[in-house]
Design a binder for this molecule. Structure first.
Ligand SMILES: N[C@@H](CCC(=O)N[C@@H](CS)C(=O)NCC(=O)O)C(=O)O
Length: 308
């Protein structure tokens, strides 16, 4: 059975989820919103992902999409209009995302974490510190880098501001993926930095653009319980296609037992390789609670290892 409802597992404060919520708005989609815990354990998400714990996760029936790269690619495939790549901008926005989700995110998260640290519960800091800054994380080290990171954010937000001096959106008159990729970081900083408003006010074009992106909205979300989402997965049959990739540099083959994990660390998800390409990897899994499920990951930023 197929069930085509888009279900987003996320929480309101998650900046990375804000990126997807903007994409859902750009596409004018109706979707179901499942609020998940901000810290593990996430007992009603794990049966779907097989252990992947990052936020957000998208579910469509018994097909699961982990990581925003994978989620956004699938949304564009299923709902091509309006496109996220206006003016034939295909390809380039993914490369832009490697900057916004990479070095720019790292600078913004340093500022945000230091700003939030006085009011942050110890268990939240103990989770997020190593998640974003590695196993050797120390708050004092991050605090020592605060001004450097803030200066880096100023430089990079300045580039976006410059780009927006002659156009309403990053690609031109029509919003697209680059707007979602940049907006979520501005949203994050404004929300978490005590003097965010005053810091951002130096970027006149960026602030005007921020309002335009905000006005796009987030589509039409409707709340759903995590248990209802599990039931939908249980009743559905996975639809992710089987896909072999003869050009795979690692020689991955459909049917192999593999484990996929974020290359930044975190639990591996075990399953049978069901499909792969330069941009994705799909695992078929069997779960006691939800039965057969396909879990999709982006290829870039994830490690695929053989299991014996
Ligand atoms: N590369 C991932 C990054 C996801 C990420 O770091 N999300 C944050 C939330 S904004 C997270 O998972 N935090 C820990 C958690 O929610 O458990 C993506 O693009 O989806």
């Amino acid at each position: 059975m197929s069930n085509d409802q888009v279900i987003l597992h996320h929480y309101p404060q998650s900046p990375v989820s804000e990126k997807v919520r903007v994409v859902l708005g750009l596409k004018g989609l109706a979707w179901k919103s499942v609020e998940i815990p901000r810290l593990p354990p996430k007992p009603n998400l794990m049966p779907l992902t097989g252990g992947y714990r990052l936020t957000p996760v998208m579910q469509i029936g018994a097909d699961i999409y982990c990581d925003t790269k994978c989620i956004i690619r699938e949304l564009e495939r299923r709902f091509p209009e309006p496109t996220l790549f206006p003016g034939g901008a295909h390809g380039l926005p993914w490369a832009l995302g490697q900057w916004t989700d990479g070095p720019l995110f790292q600078d913004v998260v340093c500022v945000a974490l230091v700003e939030m640290s006085p009011n942050m519960p110890a268990e939240f800091l103990a989770d997020r510190g190593p998640l974003y800054f590695g196993p050797g994380f120390s708050l004092d080290d991050i605090k020592a880098k605060y001004l450097e990171c803030l200066s880096n954010v100023r430089t990079q937000f300045g580039w976006i501001d410059e780009r927006l001096s002659a156009r309403d959106f990053i690609l031109g008159a029509t919003p697209g993926l680059p707007d979602a990729l940049a907006y979520y970081l501005v949203w994050f900083l404004r929300d978490r930095m005590a003097k965010g408003e005053s810091f951002l006010s130096q970027f006149k074009n960026l602030v005007a653009w921020e309002q335009r992106v905000k006005a796009i909205g987030q589509g039409a979300p409707e709340g759903m319980s995590d248990l209802d989402a599990l039931e939908i997965a249980r009743q559905a049959t996975p639809q992710s296609p089987q896909q072999s990739d003869p050009g795979d540099p690692m020689g991955l083959t459909v049917g192999a037992e593999v484990a996929v994990s974020p290359s930044t660390g975190g639990p591996a998800v075990a399953g049978i390789l069901h499909g792969s390409s330069a941009n994705h990897v799909t695992l078929m899994r069997n779960d006691d609670q939800v039965g057969q499920i396909c879990v999709n990951f982006p290829r870039l930023g994830y490690r695929v290892n053989a299991r014996d």
